[in-house]
Design a protein around this ligand. Sequence first.
Ligand code: DOR
Ligand code: ZN
Ligand code: ZN
Length: 437
Amino acid sequence: MTVDMVLKDGIFIENGRETVRSVAIEASKIEGVYRHGEEPQYLDSIDCRGLYILPGLIDIHVHLRDLKESDKEDYETGTMAAAAGGVTTVVDMPNSNPPVLDKRTLDDKISRAHELSYVNVGFYAGIPHNIDDFDVQMIRNILGLKVYPHSPLDKRTNYTRDRIRECTKLAVASGIPLLFHPDIATQKKEPENIEEFLLAHSCENEVKSVQSFIDAKIEYEARLHVCHVSCAATARLIHKNRAEDTLTAEVTPHHLFLSGGDFPHDDGVAKMLPPLRSPYDNKMLMEALCKTWAIDCVASDHAPHEKWEKAAPFLKAASGIPGLETTLPLMLTEVFEKRLTWIDYLRVCSSAPARILGLETKGILSKGYDADIVLARIQEGTIRGSNFFSKAKITPFEGRRVLARPITTIVGGVVVFDNGEFFTGPGIAGRVPVQKS
Ligand code: DOR
Ligand code: ZN
Ligand code: ZN
């Protein structure tokens, strides 16, 4: 047999240990993993000596903007950032402008992404103010329903106990998970100082919000996913209610590695929701990810904003930071500095996010799986926002030392990105929309 491509003699993780293997790709799938000298014939090959052959990251929480917010990011720049960051699948949030509350907006986003993307792109939808207006035709093209209790996509909506129950029921009827941003609405619209802002988005509120969704999840036997857990107390609550695949959770690299005290008080660069917490929370979130398994995976919450929106003082600055180009270097640095095992890395960056969304052919480098692969190497470097392909170049990780660099990104067997350059144009590699297998 002659296969399309062989990734030859790379460092491959087998049973948690580094070994040398070649990976064969045929018709966009992994054909097999081989010992040196046992590879099949091939049309094309890449010499992977010294490079790690890893599954591409699956980032189930990104905001690619586009439509009326293309100044912040569009599907082209957002997915270029993904490919350059070793992320082969992204799932796009519905809080765009306009928000995804109807089929027309979803279809618009899908056709833009179809034309412009460099990686696989999946979608979530929001839930309209009148739940009966939810268009069931959207279901086959979305991977979950997402709600924002503190800042509803339709401003008329109030996330009362009954609303949360209704949303949970809809997710069950649709056969997809309900995802939520754990926070609650506050009485006061605009905080007058930073302390008020932090109080409005406190750990106490995060915990309260998670509890209210867990109550509904239990009542309706739903699949519930908690986005960007930021507090030790939230991780404890999830752990207590953990029921394997019916309650899942993610954490961002910034909530793992940064704390509020790392930044000047009035600095908007590190403003995001949920806010950065304490070093104690950092430590307990890492434990939740690797020891107690209360948290399943890492997701970037890539939330690009324009430069002027981030350069403002804290209260005025926009919430959100870019993350697609920093997750892999940060997480692999944990591996190379021996704070994270290979088994945990592969689970939290690729296989668990695939499992959460039912992407059965993704997240693992094994025969029959999609050939979504990143080749990475050990290389000391410094994070510089000015090097990002994302339109958003202000990062709280600016200047941070990392020990890893993604070199080549392969999406569905197509080499998309190699050594700082794009090999294909937009709309060639990757599936849009990603659908459940
Ligand atoms: O900081 C944030 N930015 N948190 C969110 O939940 C939304 C996001 C955005 O869309 O900018
Ligand atoms: Zn959020
Ligand atoms: Zn988000």
